[in-house]
Design a protein around this ligand. Sequence first.
Ligand SMILES: NC(=O)c1ccc[n+]([C@@H]2O[C@H](COP(=O)([O-])OP(=O)(O)OC[C@H]3O[C@@H](n4cnc5c(N)ncnc54)[C@H](OP(=O)(O)O)[C@@H]3O)[C@@H](O)[C@H]2O)c1
Length: 336
Amino acid sequence: MTTNRQILLLEQPKGALEESHYELRDGPLPEPGDGEILVRTLLISIDAANRAWMQGATYRKEMTGGSVMEGYGVGQVVESKAEGVAVGDIVACEVGWQDYSVHLGRRVVKLPHDYRPLSHFISILGIAGLTAWHGLMTVGRPEAGETVLVSAAAGSVGQYVGQIAKAKDCTAIGIAGGPEKCAFVTDELGFDACIDYKGEHVRKRIAELAPGGVNVYFDNVGADILEAALFNMAERGRVVCCGAISQYDTTEMASPRGLPGVIVFKRLRMEGFIVTDFYNDNDKAIADLAAMHAAGQIKVVEDVLEGLEQAPRGLIGLLAGDNVGKRMIRVAPDPD
Ligand SMILES: NC(=O)c1ccc[n+]([C@@H]2O[C@H](COP(=O)([O-])OP(=O)(O)OC[C@H]3O[C@@H](n4cnc5c(N)ncnc54)[C@H](OP(=O)(O)O)[C@@H]3O)[C@@H](O)[C@H]2O)c1
């Protein structure tokens, strides 16, 4: 009998997330009903947001303990009772941290049959690339010649923000943790500069690198780094609020000082977004990302851990910054 390995979140963490908050168990193989499909998980996306979901209701309901850890991924249909979805189809959906899951056929996104590697539907053509593209191009709206600053620059979203900015003829400055990550951001990804927030004075370094001010700041971290960016914005600059990873794995919330004064005197626009807000424009974003990739303007850097059981360590490590590029879990190989 086929078993369904599942990773449960036992309880909401009170402080930092730890491996002891999780348990691996053999669960039952779910049965699809009318209109439903059974999906075998191939890849699971590890996202900072997975931790934020445990902090209370956000754009989705709060994740409490006692159920399978939620998460987005790519899988293959192994049984179908839904019109329009066939056995063998490759789909993107909320697979969760488990081998098999059941979904309404009309709620999954069907992916092209013949495109490989499937990891691209999690990285450049999936949540990472789409978040970067929509956030930068639709919310930040940089113009050629402007300066774009992005935090968590060596991470999954940040790597694309800077590379897209360069492809659109902007100056790209990253912020990342440690000299090695900063060297990767400039030497491998082609950013113009990168600030090591663990070893450098961020506010002073932004001022040195962007003497005319920052036109678009793409914020992935919040708190003191956001504050340092705000005071270095050019007049009428745009602050794209994508996430606040510095606040996800702690009970001590911190905010930037100086609000709203700095927004007023610099005439800034500060706007948050969720990638799904722009679902209807995904085709346009994917076409542009694919074209930039084909033209050699965007590199795809993926950080793939092998095996479902690696998922808890993968998320805890991502929150501590041990990933470079888009982190995901390989649960089963890409089908031929
Ligand atoms: N709005 C949306 O729809 C949307 C969608 C996807 C992701 N996001 C947001 O995008 C951001 C990145 O998420 P991701 O899943 O793609 O992760 P990621 O960038 O691949 O990895 C997270 C990175 O954040 C950095 N980091 C961790 N703690 C930090 C701190 N206290 N201060 C500064 N940097 C810190 C680490 O790099 P260092 O080594 O450089 O510290 C780590 O590698 C998150 O804020 C997430 O919520 C938003």
